[in-house]
Design a protein. Structure first.
Length: 192
């Protein structure tokens, strides 16, 4: 009983800490310095089941297990980066909606709404994939003699959707950035 109470208390303290120390409002110039550059080709390679099969055929089981373990960590890292960028863009959208909504054209408003939806989709999908990967790591650590799961299992769960949501979010952010001038657009495009 005391363990449940401590976990609940820790969770509440953590949520209050995250809420209290968050970046309050993110104006346009606060966006690109906080974004993380993501190589989408590397993300594809990490999540692609065919690359996994090639590695499985090239390496002995023990070596493949070590490689797969590292791929799980790399996949989690990429999920965290995509989720981070989605959060940055979402806070920018929130700021622009509060400050400049009335002065935006109908087309820009539609882009802002689509960007917000894409950010939420990206964050939710990365969360689901990350939790699945973390579960695999825990399960593999607790039961080391079991075979490691395949990235192929993540396809129906949404790993492909996660990447497409990120690409959609990236395209919408670049489109929205045009409203802030060509220089800002170029900086954002280079960063994303």
């Amino acid at each position: 009983m005391i363990e449940v109470f401590l976990v609940g208390l820790f969770t509440i303290v953590f949520v209050i800490y995250k809420w209290g120390t968050r970046f309050s409002m993110r104006a346009a110039n606060d966006v690109y310095p906080f974004l993380r550059k993501i190589d989408l080709e590397a993300v594809y390679g990490t999540f692609h089941p065919e690359a996994e099969e090639a590695m499985r055929n090239m390496h002995p089981p023990k070596e493949f297990r070590r490689i797969q373990w590292k791929r799980f960590h790399l996949a989690i890292y990429y999920c965290e980066m995509m989720s981070h960028n989605a959060g940055v863009l979402q806070s920018w959208v929130r700021h622009e909606r509060k400050q400049n909504w009335d002065s935006m054209s109908h087309a820009v408003r539609r882009t802002v709404q689509d960007l917000r939806a894409a950010c939420v989709q990206c964050q939710l999908s990365t969360f689901v994939i990350r939790m699945r990967l973390r579960w695999w790591l825990v399960r593999s650590a607790l039961i080391p003699f079991t075979t490691l799961p395949s990235f192929r299992i993540l396809l129906p769960v949404g790993s492909g959707d996660m990447i497409s949501y990120y690409e959609k979010m990236k395209a919408l952010a670049e489109l929205f950035s045009l409203a802030f001038g060509e220089e800002f657009h170029q900086k954002l495009a280079r960063t994303l």
